[in-house]
Design a protein. Structure first.
Length: 360
């Protein structure tokens, strides 16, 4: 996407401020200690890294800032964004683990004398997945270095149209300014804050791939991509897994296909609570989580106990901490995404937004 944006002529528009002398911050010349770039990318996920590397190959002076705010549960990870750390990559590896389990179960039909049951060791799988992800974090760091892209592990917020202030974990501040800025901060999972105990006791996809111990009997709330993918591999690993669905599965997706997906999952052990919404989560003296929910079909309340409650009810864009108003970048008030045009430019022409944080 970033490469396409580049090819579509971004580089032509780029020359104007350089020829006229650097625009170093709307407030005037660069402050002492301030670092200046042709391009500053905020967010080191798939979009941000691709964009930064492409720009550097065109000979531009580029910096990437990336900072992972730990999840409410305290999970943190490295460079590479959602896909690498808490999305596609660990998900596919855990699916692979689940698929292998299925093959082991089928193997005796093909003459393999496997003694059943074959136990699965979550700790071992998680360690292997996490080590793989860490190797990718490292690979991204090396790629940036090779292409002479400067990387800062700092949390950025706008000071003005051309300048951001980055703060390290230890509280040290750095000012970075650039002719062009790309916002690629993605999004984070939502918590149903109206549900008592949701934040205190629940986890999200930001945590599940980094658990050192098995989540055990799990309630997955939500019925879209994240929910069904997580429930799929948890069931496949032999865990007692229930999906709480308030309406339909995979809204927006072909419903005939969505039914095939849920039927397949049910036939492979995933349980579904249909037409139900959670009301409360509390911890019982034995450590289990008791979940109370409303069954909208019967109109009654019901409850169950689980070891883990996984919220998979959608994601919110990471725009709140960016101080976008200082730069004049407009967001859609309904979903907090950054409004962009067909060239991925925001309401401020030299500031772009790409990926999950942007809305066309
Ligand atoms: P999502 O697509 O926004 O769906 C949210 C799900 O949670 C829906 O089933 C929704 O039900 C339910 N929900 C919302 N609020 C709820 C509440 N308060 N109580 C109970 N249920 C609630 O969320 P997502 O699965 O997290 O996906 C986020 C984004 O990532 C999407 O754009 C998705 O396409 C993308 N993604 C893609 C892939 C892939 O392509 N493989 C994988 C993962 C994620 P209703 O339908 O009733 O609203």
């Amino acid at each position: 996407m970033a490469a396409a944006l580049w090819r579509r002529g971004w580089r032509f528009r780029w020359r104007a401020p350089a020829a006229a002398g650097r625009v170093r911050g709307a407030a005037g010349p660069a402050a002492a200690g301030q670092r200046n770039y042709d391009l500053l990318v905020i967010g080191g996920g798939s979009g941000g890294l691709a964009c930064a590397k492409e720009a550097a190959q065109w000979g531009r002076k580029v910096a990437v800032v990336d900072y992972v705010e730990p999840s409410p549960r305290g999970t943190r990870w490295g460079l590479g964004g959602t896909c690498v750390n808490v999305g596609c990559i660990p998900k596919k590896l855990m699916h692979q683990a689940a698929l292998l389990g299925g093959q082991i179960r089928d193997a005796h039909h093909y003459g393999w004398e496997v003694t059943h049951p074959v136990p699965h060791n979550w700790r071992k799988m998680a360690e292997a997945v996490q080590n793989h992800v860490k190797s990718l974090n490292w690979g991204h760091r090396v790629q940036l270095q090779d292409r002479k892209v400067e990387y800062f592990n700092i949390k950025a917020s706008f000071v003005n149209k051309h300048t951001v202030c980055g703060v390290t974990k230890g509280g040290k501040e750095t000012l970075l300014s650039a002719d062009h800025i790309v916002i690629a901060t993605g999004g984070r999972p939502k918590y149903p804050l109206h549900v008592e105990g949701a934040l205190e006791y629940g986890i999200t996809s930001d945590d599940i791939f980094w658990l050192k111990e098995s989540p055990g009997k799990t309630l997955v709330v939500g019925a879209s991509y994240v929910a069904l993918e997580c429930a799929g591999f948890l069931s496949g690993l032999g865990l007692d897994t229930t999906v709480m669905m308030r309406s339909i599965p995979l809204r927006g997706f072909d419903q005939q296909m969505a039914s095939l997906v849920t039927e397949h999952m049910e036939s492979h052990g995933t349980q579904f609570l249909r037409g139900c919404t959670p009301l409360q989560v509390r911890r019982l003296p034995d450590g289990c989580l008791q979940v109370i929910w409303e069954d909208r079909v019967s109109g009654r309340e019901d409850m169950g106990t689980f070891d883990t409650v996984l919220w998979a009810i959608g994601r919110v864009p990471e725009t709140r901490s960016l101080n976008l108003e200082k730069a004049g970048v407009k967001t859609n008030p309904d979903n907090e995404k950054i409004v962009v045009d067909a060239q991925e430019a925001t309401s401020v022409p030299h500031i772009y937004a790409i990926g999950d944080v942007a809305e066309r």
